[in-house]
Design a protein around this ligand. Structure first.
Ligand code: PGA
Length: 247
């Protein structure tokens, strides 16, 4: 089953998040793909209440670097579980770029998420300058290696390692990677992650960056693309139309 992750970023207020979640589950009660809604931290509890007893899953957009303790402002992974989160986005390029999240921090977050039983969605991707310099592969390899190499395995059978290939130049720009570009990078991400993780680990590679109603189906049609991460378009009414056609 394909995975569709909605990253609502900081676009919706709590009230808007709840209203949109209600509209979604009412309009498309049985989506034919696995849908994960990543609401803002303050909206998680009320959105969780709306999604309960529906096939929709809840995700957080970030997680703290530790389980518990003196970490002002961080999100405790156990609390995210208690709120009903199954997934968490880790290392989104907006956090790497705007908030200075390093590969080391991303690694810590990945570990705390896994230890708490959350399925991480690890984001990797190169910037436009890096792609132009021919460094796309080496940047993505560096990000994957820092995050995954030597990772202690938690519930290998239960956890799927979801990796979102999100070229920075495609995020929020309206210029997605072409299907061909995405497939090539997905093959690279999958083979690199496979080498870094223990044998038998389940890996799912999804694409993010200007996914919308126009391109979602052609992306999901590809065998190499296990799903999509939708940002801006997942907060608009057209997302409901996408939910009706994804499978
Ligand atoms: P976008 O964002 O769909 O608005 O380009 C994708 C993402 O940042 O995950």
């Amino acid at each position: 089953m394909k995975l569709v992750v909605a990253n609502w970023k900081m676009y919706l207020t709590i009230r808007e998040s709840v209203a949109f979640a209600k509209r979604m589950v009412r309009s498309v009660p049985k989506p034919r793909a696995r849908i994960v809604i990543c609401a803002t931290a303050p909206a998680l509890a009320p959105v969780s209440a709306v999604l309960r007893k529906t096939p929709y899953l809840l995700g957080a957009q970030d997680v703290g670097i530790a389980r518990h303790g003196p970490y002002t402002g961080e999100l405790a992974p156990g609390d995210l579980r208690t709120l009903g989160c199954h997934y968490v986005i880790v290392g989104h390029s907006e956090r790497r770029r705007l908030l200075g999240e390093s590969d080391t921090v991303v690694r810590q977050k990945l570990e705390t998420a896994l230890a708490a039983g959350l399925s991480p969605i690890l984001c990797v991707g190169e910037s436009l300058a890096e792609r132009r310099e021919g460094e796309a592969h080496s940047i993505v390899r560096r990000q994957l290696t820092a995050a995954l190499k030597g990772l202690k395995t938690y519930n290998l059978k239960l956890t799927t390692y979801t990796i979102a290939y999100e070229p920075v130049w495609a995020i929020g720009t309206g210029t997605p990677a072409t299907v061909k570009e995405a497939v090539l990078m997905h093959d690279f991400v999958r083979s690199t992650a496979k080498k870094l993780l223990p044998r038998g680990t389940k890996i799912s590679v999804i694409y993010g960056g200007s996914v919308d109603q126009k391109n979602i189906i052609s992306l999901l049609r590809e065998h190499a693309i296990d799903g999509v991460l939708v940002g801006g378009a997942s907060t608009k009414p057209s997302f409901i139309k996408m939910l009706k056609v994804v499978h």
